[in-house]
Ligand binder design. Structure first.
Ligand code: ADP
Ligand code: MG
Length: 235
């Protein structure tokens, strides 16, 4: 579904990513782990077209999207949820969902709205509340719901469980599994390695802008050096 090939990218003249190769298979959760500053966010931004690519390619569903602007990528079904600021906090929940779906004809808008409300009953209940008044977990759900309103097929989430209480983080993890059940492909950057490895089908470990591990979550959990050194996992 998505492949990053031999990518070198960064910000202006500051190269952050070096020879990165990533494959996110369809209908699966791929997680991107690594210590702070290793380039996880930069990689997601690059896939969405927000950084400078020096060489290498990004392919999505058989199309080379390396040079497409972000809005064209969004049209193809890619969504990128940054760590903060994916919602309009001054607007109500329903207004946020409306904003996300402004290109949809009214009938389709209502259909989609029903779908996201059935997935997130709490958003239906709070539809008249300002997004800024929601809890962190609820705002994260709203951001995911907005991506669904836009009919995203490939969703990149940047540390969606950061700063959340463990129970809420778990709910977000369950939501991510539900996305997969609904046929959406997920690329998940996480600091919370244990939680991510629990739900992921495939894992990458990024260190200083380079991929140092690619494989099954179980292999990473069972690799004492990598797990301990970079992810704070005890063996
Ligand atoms: P991670 O998400 O893994 O914590 P980032 O991708 O945010 O890592 O950061 C990787 C490196 O890129 C860091 O050294 C960071 O300082 C640098 N960086 C991030 N954003 C910018 C920017 N807009 N301009 C220049 N350097 C940046
Ligand atoms: Mg980051």
């Amino acid at each position: 579904m998505l492949s990053v090939k031999q990518l070198n990218a960064g910000y202006g003249k500051f190269q952050i990513l070096f020879d990165v190769n990533i494959e996110a298979p369809p209908n699966a959760i791929t997680t991107l782990l690594g210590p702070n500053g290793s380039g996880k966010s930069t990689l997601l931004k690059t896939i969405f077209g927000l950084t400078s690519v020096y060489s290498g390619e990004v392919w999505y569903n058989g199309t080379n999207i390396t040079k497409l602007p972000p809005h064209e990528r969004a049209k193809l079904g890619l969504a990128y949820l940054p760590q903060v600021g994916s919602t309009f906090n001054e607007l109500t929940v329903e207004e946020n969902l409306k904003m996300a779906a402004y290109t949809l004809p009214p009938e389709e808008y209502r259909e989609r709205l029903e779908e996201v409300f059935s997935m997130f009953p709490i958003l239906r209940e709070f539809r008249k509340r300002r997004a800024g008044s929601l809890s962190g977990g609820q705002r994260q759900m709203l951001a995911i719901a907005m991506a669904l309103m836009r009919k995203a097929k490939f969703i990149m989430l940047d540390e969606p469980t950061a700063m959340l209480a463990p129970k809420v983080a778990y709910e977000i993890a369950e939501t991510i599994v539900e996305l997969k059940r609904r046929g959406i492909t997920v690329l998940l950057a996480e600091q919370n390695a244990l939680l991510a490895l629990e739900i992921a089908d495939k894992a990458y470990l990024l260190v200083s802008g380079r991929v140092v591990f690619e494989g099954k979550p179980k292999e990473l959990l069972e690799n004492p050096e990598l797990g301990k050194m970079y992810l704070g996992l005890s063996s």
